[in-house]
Ligand binder design. Structure first.
Ligand code: P6P
Length: 333
């Protein structure tokens, strides 16, 4: 079977963009290169005591940073600075957004918001983790410093979005608004190769992903959905749904994209706004979900319609197969 590398695929699809002059293609290629480097780091984390464990600091979320969080963050930022397509970034690991200082970067047309390593509590126990990224055209004038307004754009304005899953294999899945395509890293040639063309999320499924430890500290409609719907043998079924919760959003999302399913992280008494971040977790995955025929809401509103107000704002997140998200939402008052 002929191999299509990510680079070839991006070049072939460049014609999808009117006035495409190659910047987005180069940016996507830069993300792929940084992802290969992070994948190498992740896969030998256990062998490098200086890379495992806590970094000894906490991020703006108050979460203890893992060394690999910080390393991955630095890898992506240095790639964006070197590429020239990006004028600034926002990342889970950085308190404030980061407008790039060089004249070279300030000519960049794009901003990238990303979570360099999501699920990093799983690093030390060898469970899948992921990178999530969201790309916007800047609103500020080219040649100037990126602004907060460049970062706080509505999810519907995304030019591209995707994730890298450092799982049993390393995969990069992305969309530019023309469908979703998945690429698997072939370490023997160091290339991401097209393995999942034109991905479509099954409109229903039989797996639900939720931290059920939260079942009694979130709104009762969710408990009703889980207990009276997911955990019952419904008409025509031979058994209830299966619970599958990996503790890494990217891994749960990717499984649901392929097999069908729903991921729910609601607002709780401990996380009254929800836990997941709108800008660099929910919006990019919402773009992928919708492009694949799925749905992403807060339980009440479509994620990509929300106007962000804060860089690290959190929202409740219901994402996955369209019919399953709609079904779960019907249980909310
Ligand atoms: P909890 C990882 O920190 C993350 O952001 C997602 O990847 C994951 O689904 C969720 O939080 C896990 O959170 O509260 O269930 O441990």
């Amino acid at each position: 079977m002929a191999i299509t590398t990510l680079h070839e695929f991006i070049m072939d699809r460049q014609a999808d963009f009117k006035y495409a002059s190659g910047e987005l293609s180069r940016l996507l290629s830069d993300i792929a290169i940084a992802s290969k480097v992070v994948s190498k780091d992740v896969r030998r984390a256990g062998l490098m005591e200086d890379i495992l464990g806590a970094h000894g600091s906490t991020n703006v979320q108050g979460e203890e940073q893992q060394k690999l969080d910080v390393i991955a963050d630095e890898r992506f930022i240095s790639m964006f600075k070197a590429g020239g397509e990006v004028c600034g970034i926002a990342s889970e690991e950085n308190d404030d957004f980061m407008p790039f200082d060089s004249e070279f970067s300030q000519k960049g047309k794009y901003v990238v918001l990303f979570d360099p390593l999501d699920g990093s509590s799983n690093i030390d126990v060898n469970v899948s983790i992921g990178t999530i990224f969201s790309i916007y055209r800047r609103k500020s004038e080219i040649g100037t410093k990126a602004t907060l307004e460049d970062m706080l754009q509505c999810g519907d304005e995304q030019i591209a979005a995707g994730y890298v899953l450092y799982g049993s294999s390393t995969m990069l899945v992305y969309t530019t608004g023309k469908g979703v395509n998945g690429f698997t890293l072939d370490p023997s040639i160091g290339e991401f190769c097209l393995s999942h063309p034109n991905m479509k999320m099954p409109e229903t499924g039989r797996m639900y992903a939720m931290n059920e430890g939260n079942i009694n500290i979130c709104e009762s409609g969710i408990k009703d959905y889980i207990e009276t719907y997911c955990q019952q043998t419904l008409e025509g079924a031979s058994r209830p749904y299966s619970g599958r919760y990996i503790g890494s959003l990217v891994a749960d999302f990717h499984r649901n994209l392929i097999k069908g399913g729903i991921y729910i992280y609601p607002d709780t008494t401990t996380d009254p706004e929800g836990k997941l971040r709108l800008l660099y977790e929910c919006n990019p995955l919402a773009f992928i979900a919708e492009q694949a025929g799925g749905l992403a809401t807060t339980g009440r509103h479509r994620v990509m319609a929300l106007q962000p107000t804060r860089l690290h704002q959190r929202i409740p997140f219901f994402v996955g197969s369209k019919k399953m998200v709609e079904q779960a939402m019907s249980f909310l008052k």
